[in-house]
Design a binder for this molecule. Sequence first.
Ligand SMILES: [Zn+2]
Length: 81
Amino acid sequence: MSRVVLRSLVHRITAHPDVPLAYTASCESCSWKAEPSADGEAVDVECMAHSGRSNHRQFTRTVTGRAFVVREGEDPKPPAP
Ligand SMILES: [Zn+2]
């Protein structure tokens, strides 16, 4: 009979330090989309400008970023993709 040894490792997930968050927005009333940006306030200003021109007032906003998993005891540098 073979013996199986199981061990658990502690992991954590963290934001990639070299990849900034990306903010985007799209209008719920038409096909307008804001220019993607690392500056969320700039995207909000674009939405308000679009609203001022069109009276469209609802937007879907997204924020995306990259994260990576680090095992306990490992160097917390991001691994190669
Ligand atoms: Zn619109």
